[in-house]
Design a protein around this ligand. Structure first.
Ligand code: GDP
Length: 463
């Protein structure tokens, strides 16, 4: 039997080990990562003061003393632009922060009083929280590691539906003029790659999510580098891999295949090796409502992209991921963002829909014994819930200000709690307006369930 003393000592060692936590935030572009991280930092900085964090037990119990930014460890990673983001929200009229485009980091030191006061326990303790923000598009590239250039080309042609093909038409007409055994012309390849990237960006703008390679959408410092100058080739269905390999080194096929392989080795793998592998906790943000608004084809595409993205968290024994890296994420949250776009009684349905959308990946995570929680939240609440009376009947509504500055009182629609069927799209669809953030009155940003997300992601470390 361990004595109290040994138990306390073990506790202390445990606590020492627990003093640092690396929490990563991801999601596809416009999922709400920048807003989420800005709000998270803001809530913790106002913890113990104006922030409303009742669902975070350390805060509810009055044990959260506050948080401060400190210098980050990894000097090669850009710092998350918190001040800039906060300043846009403070401007008149308030504006949404500019989204981040690559990986960024911010370190917070959180001070708290440990829960059970015991002998040998300090009165106050600190948790160093390293926050990372990175584009979910980068995770869409994990499955690309399972391909060679030939199989990747074939898969890309299979994946594109008619609407997406139309967006790539310009590129397609150019690529069809190339011959596999032509001598590669650098300038021509660069130009066709740019058309490919433009097609992908147009598809992204139109609401499509399942797009590869991820860095073409968010190239960051790689913009214009030859490593991003490749694209899938058409017409390889009948090609013999051996014959392709025997083409001259300088042929179009071999040049593109080399760049594809360089992209795998020098862009995709290092992200997993140097960053992803070291995250302890992860939240994946999903703009479910945005996809509902955009219609059935985009919704279906979001679902495909999420399945692909979630493969990075599938640590099952034979998964691609576990063959390549040893991950350590031990807890995951999945959140439908911008919940303030719908009236409060719709929030449970929103979670239901998110769970339906991610049913397969959630099952895999449970199987791999990684605790995961689905939730809905608004990082920065831009609306207020109201009730309106019409012909003697009360109904819920939202009050906000549109991006153009018009006050609006509306009921944006019902969220289906299961995957929408064709009848849903015929019957109703979904329609909401984007809202301007509200001027903050209390000092801390208004939110919905940021405290629940915090409790799940870091609550146990503040016990
Ligand atoms: P990122 O590309 O993932 O970093 O996405 P952002 O954080 O920049 O969010 C994209 C846009 O979604 C913002 O400019 C806002 O218009 C909207 N948005 C994000 N979070 C919220 C939220 O909590 N509530 C509302 N109403 N809109 C949000």
């Amino acid at each position: 039997m361990p004595t109290d003393l040994t138990r306390d000592l073990m506790d202390l060692i445990e606590r020492g080990r627990d003093r640092q936590l690396r929490l990563a935030v991801t999601g596809l572009s416009r999922a709400g990562k920048t807003a989420f991280l800005t709000s998270l930092v803001d809530q913790l900085r106002h913890a113990g003061l104006e922030a409303r964090l009742d669902l975070l037990s350390a805060s509810r119990e009055g044990r959260l003393l506050g948080a401060q930014r400190v210098s980050q460890q990894d000097l090669a990673v850009p710092r998350f632009p918190f001040d800039r983001a906060r300043a846009s929200l403070e401007s008149t009229p308030p504006e949404w922060p500019q989204p981040t485009r690559g990986i960024s980091e911010l370190r917070l030191k959180i001070r708290y009083r440990p829960g059970r006061q015991q002998w040998l326990r300090p009165d106050t303790a600190e948790l160093t929280l390293d926050l990372f923000d990175y584009p979910g598009e980068w995770l869409l590239d994990l499955p690309l590691l399972d391909h060679d250039f030939l199989s990747w080309s074939l898969a890309q042609w299979d994946a594109a539906g008619p609407a997406r093909r139309a967006m790539l038409a310009d590129w397609e007409s150019a690529v069809r003029e190339l011959r596999l055994d032509d001598e590669a012309d650098e300038a021509r390849l660069a130009e066709i790659s740019e058309r490919y990237a433009e097609g992908l960006r147009a598809a992204r703008e139109a609401g499509f999510s399942d797009l590869q390679p991820g860095r073409f959408l968010l190239p960051g410092e790689l913009s214009g580098a030859p490593v991003l100058q490749f694209f899938p080739l058409p017409g390889l269905e009948q090609a013999s891999p051996d014959e392709l390999e025997r083409l001259p080194e300088t042929s179009v096929y071999r040049t593109l295949a080399r760049r594809f392989s360089y992209y795998q080795q020098h862009i995709v793998k290092p992200f997993y090796r140097e960053h992803f592998r070291r995250f302890d906790r992860q939240i994946v943000l999903v703009d479910v409502l945005g996809a509902l608004n955009a219609g059935p084809e985009r919704f279906e595409d979001l679902s495909k992209a999420l399945h692909r993205l979630m493969q990075s968290f599938n640590y099952g024994q034979r998964s691609l991921f576990s063959r390549l890296f040893t991950p350590r994420i031990d807890r995951l949250a999945i959140a439908a963002t911008k919940a303030d776009h719908v009236t409060p009684e719709q929030h449970a349905r929103l979670v239901g829909l998110l769970e339906a959308l991610l049913a397969e990946p959630l099952k895999n995570l449970k199987y791999a014994n990684i605790p995961v929680k689905a939730m809905s939240l608004a990082a920065i609440r831009a609306t207020e819930a109201r009730e309106v009376t019409h012909q003697g009947r009360k109904s819920p509504a939202l009050k906000g200000v549109t991006l153009e500055g018009e006050p609006l009182l509306a009921f944006p629609g019902e969220v289906p709690s299961r995957l929408p069927d064709p009848a849903f799209w015929d019957r109703q669809g979904f329609d909401f307006t984007a809202f301007r953030p509200q001027p903050s009155t209390t000092g801390a940003l208004p939110h919905i369930r940021m405290d629940l997300a915090l409790d799940w992601l870091i609550g146990d470390k503040l016990a």
